[in-house]
Design a protein around this ligand. Structure first.
Ligand code: NAI
Ligand code: MG
Length: 490
């Protein structure tokens, strides 16, 4: 596919600057880092690297923009909503530019970006723009002598730290509810995929948001991310990423009593019941595990299959794995791209080796390429619950099937994980679907579908998959403080 001129110009314009206080700035110490194309390992662009003092600049700007009397705080609800609608319109105008940038930087198939990531991002901005004029507090009955009402006030300056698996969509999920509630933002994208969020910053600038409302600062976790988590003027951290980093953020945030919401890892069960429509269930569980190269927090990475149909299901899963078209995501025929980085390629292939070492049998895939960070889709068999590949998040295209005999047994085993992000059920029996959905400890339960998210519906985890819900009306709570006002009428 030919790259658009706008894309080439964006990449080649010299180190891309930090977006702080409505202007484009070099980092204070001049540091930069590079972004690579995972399909071939080649350098794509150079970007400025934020460290502690740049983060401080961004937080100060966000803090000023939030203050009482600022342009942002003085906007009417409809004007704030209209800025968000404008931003969504600009994302739509530049749809193809963003799609190419996303595929170049992350590796994922451009068809996936066009069909899922980008429409979902745009819908999120519009959905939350709608809330600006609709979110209300309460009036609370007390007695004739008092008037009591609540205000849902923006929490203040929010630090948002996002991962590399859905770079543009994650940025949209994060900024949309924060803008809708009137917060100001310092967003730190993942160091592996800085580009599409920087392009979003261009669109934010063009939309006309007051300066300092959204600051986008690229940098590394241990420096830029950590500085954001520690900064005393940041009121809230919203984080999506690994459970390990999520735990450290939660501990660190206690020092300044920041509000925290965390969307972390998973090892989600995807359960085929004996009566499932296998023509839907088998591709359903396959793509539930390998969609987006398996780099999905809610990947259905434990596939539970009834004993009596186990062999039939496995055989078809292997066929799917063999026929999946893997290659450069810019090729429109491609169904699976490379993993995001050489490191991720190493992590995933070492899990494959560990599976074999611990006695599981690899039926297909799990091979890496010399050029680019590809791993071919893998299907195991003979896996037991105690094996590492059945317990830990792999974050790669690896299907881990597990046999079961009874429904009670599968519920227990499905819930026997420290994670609880999502779960899937495949059945034609409605009663069974409801009963199981009630019993599974997961923030999302999909029945006869998988991986579908909707801006109006909450998404987030139980247990070590984190807490707080993104999207839906629930997400507004992440970004508001409730103030109770009690007035004596005597
Ligand atoms: P990570 O958790 O290290 O990175 C996610 C984000 O957090 C990035 O923006 C990073 O710069 C930032 N970060 C890292 N350390 C930080 C710190 N100490 N303070 C503040 N911010 C920090 O995840 P990584 O290393 O990219 O991937 C490792 C594993 O994490 C993956 O293999 C996967 O299992 C899991 N993961 C889960 C994701 C999810 O969607 N829940 C997304 C990405 C990774
Ligand atoms: Mg990259």
């Amino acid at each position: 596919m030919k790259l658009m001129t706008e894309v080439v110009n964006f990449l080649e314009a010299g180190p891309i600057k930090l977006f702080i206080n409505g202007t484009w700035k070099e980092s204070n110490d001049g540091a930069t880092f590079k972004s690579y194309n995972p399909a071939n390992g080649r350098e794509l662009a150079e970007v400025y690297e934020a460290k502690e003092s740049d983060i401080d600049d961004a937080v100060q700007a966000a803090s000023l923009a939030f203050e009482d009397g600022s342009e942002w705080s003085n906007l009417s609800a409809i004007d704030r909503a209209n800025l968000m609608f404008k931003l969504a319109d600009l994302m739509e105008r530049d749809f193809e530019i963003i799609a190419q940038l996303e595929t170049l930087d992350n590796g994922k198939p451009i068809n996936d970006v066009r069909a899922a990531d980008l429409p979902n991002a745009i819908e999120n901005i519009r959905y939350f723009a709608g809330w600006v004029t609709k979110a209300t507090g309460q009036t609370i009955p007390y007695s004739n002598d008092f008037f009591n009402y609540t205000r849902h006030e923006p929490v203040g300056v929010v630090g948002q730290i996002i991962p590399w698996n859905f770079p543009f969509m994650m940025a949209a999920w994060k900024i949309a509810p924060a803008l809708a509630t009137g917060c100001t933002i310092v967003l730190k994208p993942a160091e592996q995929t800085p580009l599409s969020a920087l392009y979003m910053a261009k669109l934010i600038e063009e939309s006309g948001f007051p300066k300092g409302v959204v600051n986008i600062v690229n940098g590394f976790g241990k420096t830029a991310g950590d500085a954001l988590v520690k900064h005393p003027l940041v009121n809230k951290i919203a984080f999506t990423g690994s459970t390990q980093v999520g735990k450290s953020i939660m501990k660190e945030a206690a020092n300044t009593m920041k509000r925290v919401t965390l969307e972390l890892g998973g090892k989600s069960p995807n359960i085929i019941l004996p009566d499932a429509d296998l023509d839907k269930a088998i591709p359903g569980v396959f793509f539930g595990a390998v969609a987006n190269q398996g780099e999905v927090c809610n990947a259905g990475s434990r596939v539970f299959i009834p004993d009596e149909i186990y062999d039939e299901v496995i055989e078809k899963l292997v066929q799917y794995a063999k026929s999946l078209k893997v290659g450069d995501g810019l090729d429109e025929q491609i169904e699976m791209g490379p993993l995001v980085s050489e490191r991720q390629q190493e992590v995933v292939t070492s899990y494959v080796s560990k599976g074999i070492e611990e006695g599981a049998k690899l039926l297909v895939g799990g091979e890496k390429t010399d050029e680019g960070y590809f791993v071919s889709p893998a299907v195991f068999t003979d896996v037991t619950d105690e094996m590492t590949i059945a317990k830990e998040e792999i974050f790669g295209p690896v299907v881990v099937p597990l046999r079961y005999k009874t429904i009670d047994e599968v519920v227990k085993r499905a819930n026997a994980s420290p994670y609880g992000l999502a779960a899937g059920i495949w059945t034609e029996n409605l009663k069974q679907a409801h009963t199981l959905a009630n019993k599974l400890k997961a923030g999302t339960v999909w029945v006869n579908t998988y991986n579908i998210t909707n801006p109006a519906a909450p998404f987030g985890g139980f247990k070590e998959s984190g807490f707080g819900r993104e999207m839906g009306s629930y997400a507004l709570e992440n970004y508001t403080e409730v103030k109770n006002v009690l007035i004596s009428l005597e």
